[in-house]
Design a protein around this ligand. Sequence first.
Ligand code: SF4
Length: 242
Amino acid sequence: MEPHGAANAAQPLGTGRSPELRVADVKQYLYCPRVIYYHYVLPVERKVTYKMQVGREEHVEIDRLEKRRKLGRYRLAEGERRFHVALASPQLGLSGVLDLLIVSPAGYFPVEYKVTTGGPALNHKYQLVAYALLVEEAFGAVVRSGFLYLAPRRELVEVPVTDNARLHTRRILGAIRRIIAEGRLPAVRHRFGRCRDCEFLNYCGDVERRGGARFLQGGMAPRHEAQAVTQVEEGDGDVLPE
Ligand code: SF4
């Protein structure tokens, strides 16, 4: 079985399957597949963390500043900005609210704001591609690229929306649905640093709390999940895998 499952573009993963997924699930799955488990399979209490609160406040401020800026920084001469666009795809069984959609004669460009001090992360990029899929279905258009706005760095990063990126995103949706359907705690393989600030840390009793140590637990989980996470880590750079 190939990483992220056997889904393919000719066989839409969302068709006839439940539950409805959120675009945020794509981001969270790539951060850690157990977040999906704790949301859909064994829902646990979630608190609004300080980080989440700061993120919400920052989004309001970014909206305010964005309205005053020119589209030249997107290399566009003209266009219309649409903020907080609700999008849904019956075909993919996926929905979400996009921070910003630029509609211009040059095409449709989804934009996501990120309040992160690091560079563009792989999970942010695939979240953006998932939005691109929704825009394509909603407007009957082809999205060639989108943008991540990294607020603390005031940096705009263009993300190409390639066929491979579309296919990979569909595979991620398939992997998420398998976690939900199988109802088993997924195996994970990443550094403990990722767990340190995780709101679910108290529920992951098998995590090794040694800084920098790798861990691999959940032996009952299907092998493809461990492979999926490993593959994502290997490509965890600034470039979408082709
Ligand atoms: S604590 Fe670690 S293993 Fe558990 S959900 Fe968070 S990131 Fe995943």
